[in-house]
Design a binder for this molecule. Structure first.
Ligand code: GUN
Length: 284
């Protein structure tokens, strides 16, 4: 029997718990978690993501600010802006929405964010902590997937986990988090030979390759847990994942739908990391 993992419901539950924890933190310590999101330019998808982040931060009871700067901003000015928020103790999380315009060096921007405020977990220091097995700030999408495994009692220990996609945002940190929970991990990508054959060995298959309905039935072993990180449009313009849901769902023991699976968890985990950063800041 196939269980559909309801990311939306889990996100709503966790957001509610977070709002309660935030109210308690405020009452007991006066500390209010603060999240600032910097949006460069007017990328339509980024504008939607940023609005959702702001909404979620306010719903959790956080201090929230969105700084919209023009596409033409110089790298120097952007780095100076980030530094203002680095220095300001009111803000515990700083996020620069990606992608950035071509004239700005992503790496320089990610390096400029105080690692203690890097709620995206993209700073090389935080990536290094994760690789070393001591995660502090973890990218939200894979963190949300681990939370789904916890909620649905999916034990990854000793299992064959195959991750398709090697981005810094999803694939690489996903592989590390699975490894930290003692899964046997294979990290694959678009150039991997015999990808379907490797994927068929997976007890847990996480797909983040960014191609609509890329994973078909021949990639999936009967009873596998299938996690779909994709967000694409199909030939009819309908939202779909990287997994061909109709083909794959009957084979899977657990599967995430698109929409309503991984997506809603990502923002919730970002809020959770901002809360944790605010608590850590109190202890300094
Ligand atoms: N653009 C797409 N996803 C993300 C994300 O998780 N963080 C940031 N900063 N930008 C993104």
């Amino acid at each position: 029997m196939t269980h559909v993992i309801d990311g939306k419901a889990l996100a709503v539950k966790l957001q509610g718990e977070l709002a309660e924890k935030t109210a308690r933190l405020k009452a007991e310590t006066g500390q209010v978690p603060g999240l600032v999101v910097i949006l460069v330019g007017e990328n339509p998808a980024s504008q939607v993501y940023v609005r959702n982040k702001e909404r979620s931060a306010l719903a959790a009871g956080f201090r929230s600010e969105v700084v919209r700067v023009p596409e033409s901003i110089s790298q120097e000015d952007l780095l100076a802006l980030i530094d203002c928020y680095n220095q300001d103790p009111l803000w515990h999380g700083i996020l620069v929405q990606l992608p950035l315009p071509a004239h700005i060096d992503d790496e320089a921007v990610l390096l400029a964010i105080d690692p203690n405020k890097d709620v995206d977990g993209f700073h090389p220091l935080n990536m290094g902590h994760l690789w070393a097995g001591n995660p502090v700030m973890v990218p939200s999408t894979p963190a949300g997937i681990m939370e789904m495994f916890r909620e649905y009692d999916i034990d990854v220990e000793g299992k064959n986990a195959v991750v398709i996609g090697r981005s810094n945002i999803v694939g690489k940190p996903m592989a590390q988090l699975l490894l930290a929970k003692n899964a046997t991990v294979t990290l694959t990508h678009s150039r991997t030979h015999h990808l379907a054959k490797i994927a068929r060995k997976a007890d847990i298959l996480v797909v983040a390759i960014g191609r609509a309905k890329f994973v078909t039935a021949d990639f999936v072993k009967e009873g596998a847990v299938v996690i779909d990180v994709g967000m694409n449009r199909d030939e009819n313009g309908k939202l779909c994942g990287d997994v061909d849901y109709e083909q794959v769902a009957p084979l899977a023991s657990y599967i995430t739908p698109v929409p309503g699976g991984v997506g809603p968890m990502t923002i919730t985990m970002l809020m959770s990391q901002t809360y944790e950063a605010a608590v850590r800041a109190l202890k300094k």
